[in-house]
Design a binder for this molecule. Structure first.
Ligand SMILES: [Zn+2]
Length: 213
């Protein structure tokens, strides 16, 4: 039989935490169902991300955006023609990469990042996932530029359908540049590497980089 230890006072112990004290992270890990990490998580969820950009990119990766091709599965009467080129079915892979309109955007963004142009969805995703595993400025630029491109392509597609507003690929590129530049200017703290400085200069970040070196 166990008897209370009269020499000790009762104390509260938080069993979810190894230390016995309450910790939010330990409690979250105790409550949640753990699953294996997806290979693209660093491309979407990172500390200086732009939430609305990451959200659209996340839905695109999962192929959960309401593209016309997906809508056609629900109703065969829906026109699934791509509104950006008017020349193909609007699937996720076409809309974001193989469409001639978005290819113009990726050509410019790829050259500004000095990365190879890849217009095949899965190949581009695999390539990026291997290069965003650290917190360097260059990695940050890759992630921000990719998510911003996905977001602005989707917004342009919606503007054409719902507001009959049409913008050129050049106008979309300017918006991507502005979003990436504004975010990097407000968040980068580390000393950029020579490679990062070179790429950053192409995004209009010369002042930031020379000030940090
Ligand atoms: Zn198209």
């Amino acid at each position: 039989m166990l008897y209370p230890n009269q020499a000790m006072e009762d104390q509260v112990v938080w069993l979810a935490s190894p230390s016995g004290s309450f910790r939010t992270s330990a409690t979250w890990n105790f409550l949640r169902r753990k699953r294996s990490k997806v290979p693209w998580f660093r491309l979407i969820w990172y500390s200086n991300s732009i939430p609305k950009h990451s959200f659209i990119a996340w839905l695109a990766i999962l192929d959960r955006l309401s593209t016309r091709s997906r809508k056609k599965n629900w109703s065969s009467s829906i026109d699934d023609t791509c509104v950006l080129c008017g020349n193909a079915s609007e699937t996720r892979n076409h809309l974001f990469f193989s469409c001639p309109y978005t290819t113009h955007i990726w050509e410019k963004i790829s050259s500004m990042l000095e990365i190879p142009l890849n217009c095949i969805w899965q190949d581009a995703l695999n390539w990026l996932c291997k290069r965003v595993k650290h917190k360097a400025l260059y990695s940050s630029l890759l992630k921000l530029a990719w998510c911003a491109s996905m977001y602005h392509i989707w917004i342009e597609r919606n503007s054409r359908i719902h507001r009959q507003l049409y913008r050129s690929p050049s106008a979309i590129i300017v918006m991507i540049q502005m979003d990436v530049r504004d975010k990097v200017l407000g968040s980068v703290k580390e000393r950029p590497s020579p490679m990062s400085r070179k790429i950053a200069a192409q995004w209009g970040l010369e002042i930031l980089c020379t000030a940090k070196v």
